[in-house]
Design a binder for this molecule. Sequence first.
Ligand code: HEC
Length: 198
Amino acid sequence: MPGTAPALLGDMKPVVSVKELMHDMIDPASDFVFDAVGTIIINNHREEIQPRTDADWDRIRFGAVTMAEGVYLLKIPRPFTPPGDNNNSEGPEAPELSPAQIKAKVDMDPVLWNAKIEALRNVNLEVLELVKKKDIDGLWQAEEDLDQACENCHVEYWYPGEPALLRKLDRRLEELYGKRTSQIGMEPPSSKKEPPKK
Ligand code: HEC
């Protein structure tokens, strides 16, 4: 009904920090979408990765639903890191903001924080539509959009540094969540999966 915004049905309390929520929920869920389409090279043969069975489509949906719902947990005030973890934020060329710096930015402009959250949700709503339509071409674009939605928030709040520092971080990100794909030699449909290391 218009005008009667439903209140929450109960209190919501955080269990983990933003960093852990990323590591243990958002990032693993994103693999279901990032790995949905791509090209792998096995013994010099190129093979297209794409959803074929109902189970393949189900996995993409698991990822999109987990991200669309899960990212709203970032609206619950919670620590940015576990106790004692100050990120890689010390020293002159520190690539990451400290949790205190991130918190100050979010407190100063919560509207922007919420916009980044909604942007990630919107990409995943788009993915849910693609799953319904079994639209494989659309998934290629959606992977790019997803990558952008993650990076736009990270560049704002996590590592808003010089390009050189960003490249350093890109490598760290690749280690953090490009692992599975690089093991099987998947080509990058998105920036987070490149460049291949020697
Ligand atoms: C609304 C903002 C926001 C969005 C959207 C977002 N993140 Fe994050 N993410 C953060 C912040 C802030 C941190 C750094 C937390 C800290 O260490 O203080 C972070 C950290 C991470 C980390 C590091 C975790 C660790 O253990 O070091 C990974 C991995 C990550 N995000 C993955 C993702 C992926 C994948 C997506 C997109 C599917 C995404 N994030 C979308 C805000 C966001």
